[in-house]
Design a binder for this molecule. Structure first.
Ligand code: URA
Length: 243
């Protein structure tokens, strides 16, 4: 691959930044200063260094974030902090984005990556990727609701939702609240909230626990993130062979 591409893929900045670094003589390949970004390098064999420090080639980055409330699932926003603003300076890259969206007031599992193809596979309705949520509901969720969710039904605006699995974890009759888990394969706008509105109940707290077979690491505090392990990547990717 071209040296300038290698350098921008390893986080040395845009093509323009990389050009500057090369011009300054900050880049060596196998110990020799190189100023021409068009030079072909072998990303696995050649030793490319920036100011003497070896760069290790990595094309794709995958992070598990425990999204806090108040943060927007986008790469930029005029008013609010976004999920990519939570990345440290060392981990931030222009091409990293969240896979799908959680509402501003929803917490929990969000994958950040620069792998557009994986994001496409995860979000494609054809792949039927599970999304599991925990929610606190204002209202008493009933077995009739469980049955209705299992069969699929219409939202208040007439839009149809596919069958989903609803589990009642805890009922507090006095408070009039229910804790539930819900597994859906779709990702419609405000889907979980609108599903409960359709049965005249209100989601008062929502957290995503799982995407595909990838479970949120409960040792990650809200607002914290970490790279996915190889095993976790395999659990996430619906097309990973040898499941
Ligand atoms: N459903 C919602 O209503 N909100 C989310 O953030 C995710 C799923």
């Amino acid at each position: 691959m071209r040296l300038d591409k290698f350098l921008s893929d390893t986080g040395c900045g845009s093509r323009k930044d990389v050009k500057k670094l090369l011009k300054q003589g900050a880049i060596t390949v196998d110990g020799k200063m190189v100023k021409d970004g068009k030079l072909k390098v072998d990303e696995l064999m050649d030793k490319v260094a920036y100011n003497g420090e070896e760069l290790h080639y990595q094309k794709y980055y995958y992070y598990m974030l425990n999204k806090p409330q108040g943060v927007i699932s986008a790469t930029e926003d005029k008013y609010d902090e976004t999920v990519v603003d939570l990345l440290s300076d060392a981990d931030f890259r222009e091409d990293i984005f969240p896979v799908g969206r959680l509402d501003k007031d929803t917490e929990g599992l969000l994958v950040l990556t620069n792998d557009g193809q994986l994001a496409h596979r995860l979000l494609s309705p054809k792949k039927h990727v599970d999304k599991e949520y925990f929610a606190r509901i204002s209202g008493i969720v009933t077995e009739a609701d469980v049955k209705q969710f299992a069969e699929g039904f219409q939202l208040k605006n007439g839009e149809a939702v596919k069958p989903s699995q609803l589990f009642i974890d805890q009922l507090d009759e006095k408070l009039g609240e229910t804790e539930i888990r819900l597994v859906i394969q779709e990702g419609k706008f405000h889907q979980v909230k609108r599903m409960f509105e359709a049965v005249d109940k209100k989601v008062v707290y929502l957290k995503r626990l799982r995407m595909g077979r990838l479970i949120l690491d409960d040792s990650l505090d809200l607002g914290n993130y970490r790279p996915l392990t190889n095993k976790e990547y395999q659990l996430l990717d619906p097309d990973f062979e040898g499941k």
